[in-house]
Design a protein. Sequence first.
Length: 533
Amino acid sequence: MALFNKQRAFVLAVSAAPILFYWLYTNTTMHPLIAGAFSTWLAATATQAYCPPPGPLLPPPKVLSNTTKLIVPDTTFANVSWSSDTSFAVKASIGDVTVFEHEYSAPGREVGQSLFDTIIRVGSVTKTFVMLAVLLSADKIKLSDSITKFISELDEQAYRDVTIAALASHTSGLGRWIYVGDLAIVPGFNPAILGLPSVNATGVKMSTCDLFPGTRVCTREEIVAGLNNPAYHPRSPNSGPVYSNIGYTLLGMALAAVHNKTPEQAIQDLVINPLGLNKTKFTVPERGGEALLPRFKADERWFVPSFGNYDPSGGLWSTPSDQLAFLQSVLSNKLISKPATRRWLQPRAVLPSLHQAVGESWEIFRPTDIDLATPRAIDIFTKTGGVTGYAAHAVIVPEYNIALTINAAGGQAQDAVSALFPQMVKPLVAYADKLARQQARVEYAGTYKASAAGVAGSMTLAVDDGPGVALNELTMNGVQVLQSLAAMQKIPYESLSARLYPTDPDSLGTDREVWRISVDRKDPGSWGTRFDT
């Protein structure tokens, strides 16, 4: 294990060598079942030249005064089909520094200020605010708690296994709404076309509230009655993800129960106010130019009414600048601790796609087609939001400290946001990766020497085209350590690859940064045992 300080001196801990060789000697044999699985994995990865540990390969980049800003070609925003009636704003940052922004107002949709400061409905991006409020209530709400702890009227047998964590990760077994979307309540729908009896013939009394956001708001008693209807009970909690808006209504009710205030006020007090997001609110904005609201006959279907009980699932209005500030606060651990943030930024369920997963409020993408020096999957945490007339995409890439917000309003808002997401993410991540490598080369490449406590050592580092930082030479007390490791593994020294990775992010930027050495074979066709120190 290597420790660095900012004076560029290499500090070699006396315990480093015993740890190194202890790992090596105690991991030379495997259980037969594990060995079989390991061999299968080796065969599947035989085309890889490196096998880095999970997580960032280098420290995130920093945007300095002399850093070249991200350039996105004007053609990205030209000749798009949705520009005639849809306004949009894109804003991206690394750390707390904006590296790109672009705004466009469709003809007739101009406002009196920048779109970055204009209120736009963000829909289900609201869910990330709710989840942060839950995490900030950790002294009152545990993720393992059953929702029945906070809503005692729920059927205990049906809901006892529905936890806060399951609701947050859409694995509660609940549907998207309660009875919202039930064909029986769709105006003008004729059940006979599907071979179904008329609703009146069933003798079942249908709800007349919360049919969809904007209709009569259900009372608490009516919500619970709907949830306790066996037709809408959760099915096999924790068996897999099903997107659930009603799940976030329940999280809002839990917040209300422990804070003795409305869900909206709890989120306002816990998240919005502490972050100074002065234009983020649940109340529908008034006309007057501060918000993008319907203006034309074609805008009649824009969804502007209050979400009522579904506010926690998608009722927020915000500005692109406020939304970006919120995302930056997540990356900088402004309201919760670093360990809590890292736990939040993890997948909780997988999807059929190899490149997608579900987190607690997050929709996680792992694309492999971004132009990187070391091609690999990048973890991109996102939350989309959209109702008729409005769309939003909130994006963070923890490895590079990237925050990105895309907001649109208009007849083709969803199309605009969907198109802009990959068009912005790809160049942004590639730019950050290149910047991180440039800065790592300046910060870490070189030869380090030290002598302390009877141990003399030296180390030569380089930033090349591979992952992490290359460890080209390591000497301790006159012993060429890398040559010895190669001999112990019975491989040619020329085939050995040793690289450093920043596996202790909390130490980055301090006087003693902790990195891990990972040793692989350069020639992937003949793998030996990989070992870390």
